[in-house]
Structures are given as C-alpha cells and as structure tokens.
Write a protein that binds this ligand. Structure first.
Ligand code: GCW
Length: 717
C-alpha cells in the first residue's frame, strides 16, 4: 500500500480504517497461504493492537540509512520488510532526521551518527556491538541504531524488529549490546553428496553441484536467519571430512557461498581432513612435522585466502572414529593443530581442533579419555587454536555433567560444541527445547578459580583473559521447507544463537521471545507454548534416561531404546557398557572405588559426586552403581523412583499433547496439524521407551513395575 498522499489532511479514524482495510487485505490477498514454517521467527505478522501499531508507526515514520555497504542495504530491506509486515507501512527513506525517524549507521558511514559523538561508547561495544536508543535529535524524537560496523547495525536492526515482534514499547530505549562470545558458529555435518550426518530435516542447504555458478537463493534466507540471532560463522562440511573439499573446484564453490553469506556477517569455515596432504596432495605422508606437509598446508591456506579473504579457519576431527590424525605419526594433537595454525596465522584464521577422542588404550572408562589426552597439552597450542569440546564428556546425551576439560586447560582457548540437531533427543519427531540443557551446561561451576568459575566464563575468555572466544552448535538445518524438520526444532536454532550471543539470558526468556515471534502474539498462546517448551527436556530425560542413566539408545540411529544392545564393533558403543545393569543395581561406578572420573573435576565437585548421598539425583547413575533397594530422597527405593520417572515422562508427554490440543485455533492450522501429528508419535514412543527400558531393567531388579497396570493398553490403537 502507498502511504496516504497527505496524512495531515486525513483524520486519524480514517487512517485507521484504511490501515484496517489494508490489514484485512493481507488476510484476503493471501488467504490460502500455507504456514509452512519457512519464515522461521522472521514472520513479521501484523500488529493487531491499533494503539500499539499507531505508536510504532509514529516512532518509525522514516528510515535514515546513509551507509551504502551491502550490509546496510540488507538492513534497510529487512527494516522495510518488517515494518511493512507488522505495521503495514512503507516508511520514507530519507537523508534527514525528522520526527519519528529511525537512524541507522556507523560513525564512518553516516555523518549523522558521527555527529552524535558516541565513539567512546561504541568502541567499548566492539565491532559487533550496538547502541539502540530513543532520543531527541535536532528537535525531533528519533530512534538510533549505531555501531562501529555495518554488521553491528544489522544486529541492532534485528533487535529493533524483535522488539516490535514481541510487541514491546519503543518509547525509551537505552540498549547497549555486545556479544559475550566472539565466534558463534554453526557446524554443518553436511557431506559433499548432499546428505547430512545426523541431519533430520532433508538434504544439505548447500547445493554443491550448481555451485559456483548458481548460489541457491535460499542461502540468503539462511544467512538472514543466522544474522538475526547473531550467528557469525558456518562450517560448511562434516567433521568426518571428505578431503576433496580442499581441492580447487570445491574451494571455488565454497567461495561462492562465502560471497553470499558475507554481507550477513557469516564467515565460512571448512572441516579439514588431516590426511589431505596425502589424499589430495599426493605426498607420501601427512605427518604434521614433515616440512613438505607443513608447506602443503601453507600453500593450501594461501590458496583459500586468495578465494575467500575472510575465511574463518579449519575445524578438525583427528584421531577419532576412524579419522586420520597426528597420532598416526606418533605426534600429539598440539603438533597436529599447530601445523595447521601456522598456515592460517598470517591470514588471521583459526583452527578449531576437536577434543572428541576416546582411544580405548587411554582408559577403560570412555568418558575419561579426552581429558587424559588433552590436559597434558595445555599451553602447547598456538594462539590461533581453539580446542573444541562437547558440552559433556560422553556424547550429546539428554543429560551429562559438563566436560571436565572446561576448567582444566587455563592456557588454551576452549570452544564449546553443542548439538542443535537432536541426535539423541528424538530427531525431528520429539518436541524437546534445548535451552534448559544448554543453560545447565553454561551455568555449571567448574570451580577452576573458586566458586563462580562457570563454563560460560571459561568460554567467553573472561576467566583466563583469553582475547578470542568461540562456541559452535551442530546445525539442525536442512532443505526441508521448514528448515529443521519440526516447527519446534526451530527454537533450538534460535536459542543456540541467542545464548551464544549472551549466555546469561534465561532459557525461558529466549523461549518466550521465540514463541511470540514464531507462533503468536496472544499472551494465552505464548504462555501455553512456553510451558510446553520449558518442561520438554526434563520430560524427555524422564522417559529416556532418568536419574543420570545413559547409553540406552539403539545402535547407530540413536533414536529408539535398546538398553541391552551389544555392539560387536566396540565395547564402548554398547548399551550395557554404560548402564551396567546387573542383579545388584544400575549405573556406572565412577567414584574413587570405580573409574574415578570424579577426580577429573575441581573440588568441591569430587567430594559431592563421589558419595551417593550428596550426589545430585540427576547424576546418580552417571557416577554410581546404585542398588535397586537404595533409599532415595523421596523415601522411595531407587527402583520405585526409576519406575516413577519413566512413568512421569510418558505421562507428561501426553499432557504436552493435551496442551497443544488446547492451542487449536490459537495458532495457524497448518503448523498446528504438523505438531499435532508429531506429538501423537511422541506420546506413543515415550510409552514405548518407558516399557522397553523398565522391562529390560526388571530382568535384573526382579521387582514389580510400579504403576504398570495403569499403563497397559496405552499403546494399543
Ligand atoms: O557420536 C558421534 C556421532 C557421529 C559424529 C561424532 C562426532 C560426526 O554419532 O555421527 O560424527 O559423534 O561428533 O564426531
């Protein structure tokens, strides 16, 4: 719609009527538009509350963006799209600040922003940070988004749109934001053939074949989504890396993707296979200390930076699950990482060297191995190396204590690896909001330097004064129309970005933001959705791995339960290795009488976890082999408590579905139906988990399953 020719001559009510017509028009112009989830949290749905809409429209009546960089062009378009969608207005683009202007820019690109003389505050916020303020400006009331960089301005613009989306007041904004973690990456486990390892939302977004000639336009929407939540890096390929990604033709393809992502601030990284000098370089060895190998990596880095000047660096899985590594030549992880780091250093690139290793020669307890291999190497990594550590010491389980390497390598920059894709959390079928899991991890106290030495502080560099910092999430995106395969899995992409930017945000606040932007601005709908989301992870833990249990997932797929599974390939891939069910009880003894994993942590944690009584119940079976008759805090026996948790998980899943049913009509029918179908399956599978696990464990406990009679028939059609 064009704005009225002369707004002053039109009465307010007439304008309102016009606007109402316009809003109605959207309803009728696109009545059948399916809500297919494509728009993620960037839906920009109309503000129905007239008073609020008028207030917003008055505050944002013109846009002043003086910079002409691609990023500033993008933010202008995004603001126009957002305001058109939410307010039905197309604000004038102007060079002058008038009443109700939104001014966006950097002191370098906008004389108007420079005139504000905010340089000192802006420099404290760094290049990604921004100020978002309302203020009187040359006699007018204006809103300003200012940053040292166009990217910071883009982040600030998305913040403003988020406020509108959440229907918050713009009246007196005094916002200063900067990310606490510098590198906020999505790690894509995408293979060159388009498949995705642990991907549950279709094929890879990167369509390698038509590249570099054609970049799928969808990449731009991926980049927008990333930028809107502050994600600033993407590792394009699987850590089980095909060495061919480092050959010329693939580098050109990667460069084309980098070009598309660049204006959105998303830098490209690649997973590198340490065997590449041999496999694609034709050298007789890939020994990181061999001068020819060193030279090969240097030349490779030079070639990459000629094509991708802002290339982020390499992610490396080495000496793990069949991948080659420096150990093949009797070298350490540090020697391997530093060889690559020296090649990247002149260009400003980094190496993210994964600590996901579990060589069974190192220790009989799998979860102790990475610590034992890496801790002695502290201080031996070059300055541009991150050691990238999964949140827990095992492998992306529904619940684990934090990895003991956090807090154990003060002289090394540590990056955290979280898993956004739900490998052991119900793939794209089960509704599990991961915010609470990640918060539990980020807020964990390592006690490295006494109380308050949280994982978040290790990660943001503040605990040890490291200049750089990084966090990565294994992406859950694919080419499914709704990106993540489940409307609620989008929340995990969103939450990863928001928590990477600011680990101090609460899981609930992030969920609320997401729910409003993604589903509805109705407080009733939001509160129901929120209560479903906030309980979902604990519910999932209850019906799959309660009380610190682990390793009950079926072989390879990691979806269904198989607590008795024995994997002939490796003992430590077998369920029984982890749950240790026997006539006495259940759980892995990691106390000082057992594997002594507790002593990989700083005091007071070993004391707390080594003894059954003070050990938090959520970690009970992680650290202890608990006898079936052990008295829990509740007064119930351990067996009864186990039954109760499994039963509770299944029950709560049914309740979650009932809650969703009460949302019918409060959210769009298309997505409602999709979620309903998935919840139906989740309810069935939660009951299956409960039954299969309890019956298996009952074979050892020989005790009656409390509550079972009430469940019988629950799964029959
Ligand atoms: O647990 C395993 C996953 C693998 C994954 C590996 C890793 C990319 O099952 O699919 O490989 O973790 O993180 O390297």
């Amino acid at each position: 719609m064009k704005p009225p020719a002369s707004p002053k001559t039109l009465g307010l009510s007439f304008r309102r009527a016009l606007l109402a017509l316009c809003l109605l028009g959207w309803g009728t112009a696109f009545p059948a538009r399916a809500e297919d989830g494509y728009r993620l949290w960037l839906r920009y749905e109309p503000v129905r509350d007239e008073t609020l809409r008028d207030a917003y429209s008055r505050s944002l009546s013109s846009l002043v963006v003086q910079g002409r960089s691609p990023t500033e062009r993008i933010l202008l378009e995004e603001l126009q799209r957002g305001l058109k969608g939410m307010l039905g207005i197309s604000p004038r683009v102007s060079e002058k600040v008038l009443e109700g202007s939104l001014l966006v820019g950097t002191p370098g690109t906008s004389p108007l922003v420079a005139g504000l003389k905010w340089d000192k505050e802006l420099s404290q916020l760094g290049k990604d940070g921004y100020l978002l303020r309302t203020l009187p400006f040359q006699g007018h009331r204006a809103t300003v988004v200012a940053s040292l960089s166009p990217l910071g301005c883009l982040y600030g613009s998305f913040h403003l749109l988020r406020l509108l989306g959440a229907r918050q007041s713009l009246d007196s904004l005094q916002i200063a934001e900067k990310p606490r973690i510098q590198r906020r990456l999505l790690d894509h486990w995408d293979n060159l053939d388009g498949t995705i390892e642990r991907g549950y939302a279709g094929k890879s977004l990167w369509k390698w074949n038509p590249l570099p000639g054609r970049v799928d336009p969808r990449i731009l929407d991926y980049a927008r989504a990333c930028a809107s939540i502050g994600i600033n890096g993407a590792v394009l390929n699987n850590v089980n890396a095909d060495p061919r990604v480092l050959t010329g033709p693939y580098l050109e393809k990667a460069a084309a993707l980098a070009g598309a992502l660049r204006p959105y601030g998303v830098r490209v990284y690649l997973s590198a296979n340490t065997g590449a000098p041999k496999v694609i370089g034709g050298l007789p060895t890939a020994d990181p200390l061999d001068p020819a190998v060193e030279k090969w990596w240097k030349e490779k880095a030079d070639e990459i930076y000629r094509l991708i000047p802002d290339f982020g660096g390499f992610l490396v899985k080495a000496g793990s699950e069949g991948q080659p590594g420096p150990q093949d030549y009797g070298r350490t992880h540090a020697q391997g990482a530093d060889c690559l780091a020296r090649a990247l250093a002149p260009h400003g690139g980094v190496v993210m060297w994964r600590a996901f290793v579990y060589d069974d020669a190192v220790d009989a307890d799998r979860i102790k191995r990475a610590y034992k291999e890496f801790k002695p190497l502290d201080g031996k990594f070059d300055a541009n190396v991150f050691v990238q550590v999964k949140n827990g010491p095992l492998d992306f389980q529904p619940r684990e204590p934090f990895h003991p390497l956090f807090g154990a390598m003060p002289h090394t920059q540590l990056a955290a690896e979280l898993q956004v894709t739900q490998e052991c959390l119900g793939h794209s079928t089960h509704l599990v909001y991961l915010g609470p899991l990640w918060k539990e991890f980020l807020d964990s106290d390592t006690f490295e330097k006494g109380p308050g030495s949280t994982v978040a502080r290790v990660l943001d560099g503040s605990l040890e004064g490291h200049p750089d910092s990084a966090i990565a999430g294994v992406a859950n995106t694919g080419d499914d129309r709704d990106w993540c395969g489940h409307p609620f899995a989008q929340a995990n992409w969103y939450a990863f970005g928001r928590l990477a930017w600011d680990p101090s945000l609460s899981a609930q606040a992030v969920a609320e933001e997401w729910a409003r932007l993604t589903w509805s601005d109705s407080p009733q709908a939001v509160s129901k959705i929120l209560s479903m989301m906030m309980g979902s992870r604990e519910t999932y833990v209850d019906y799959t791995t309660p009380l610190g249990l682990n390793g009950v997932f079926e072989k390879d797929l990691h979806y269904a339960p198989d607590p008795g599974m024995v994997d002939p390939r490796r003992l430590d891939w077998s369920a029984a290795y982890y749950n240790r069910a026997d006539e006495k009880g259940l759980g892995f003894d990691r106390t000082r009488h057992g594997s002594d994993a507790v002593d990989q942590y700083h005091p007071p944690l070993p004391g707390r976890w080594n003894n059954l009584k003070p050990c938090p119940e959520e970690y009970l079976l992680w650290f202890h082999h608990v006898s079936w008759g052990y008295r829990m805090k509740s007064g119930r026996t351990f067996w009864e408590e186990l039954c109760l948790r499994y039963g509770r998980g299944a029950l709560e899943t049914r309740e979650m579905k009932q809650q969703w049913e009460s949302l019918r009509g409060l959210v769009d029918g298309d997505r409602w139906q999709v979620v309903e179908g998935k919840l139906e399956q989740q309810v069935k599978e939660a009951a299956l988990w409960r039954d299969k696990c309890l019956h298996y464990f009952q074979g050892f406990s020989h005790r009656p399953i409390a509550g079972e009679t009430a469940w019988i028939g629950e799964n029959s059609p």
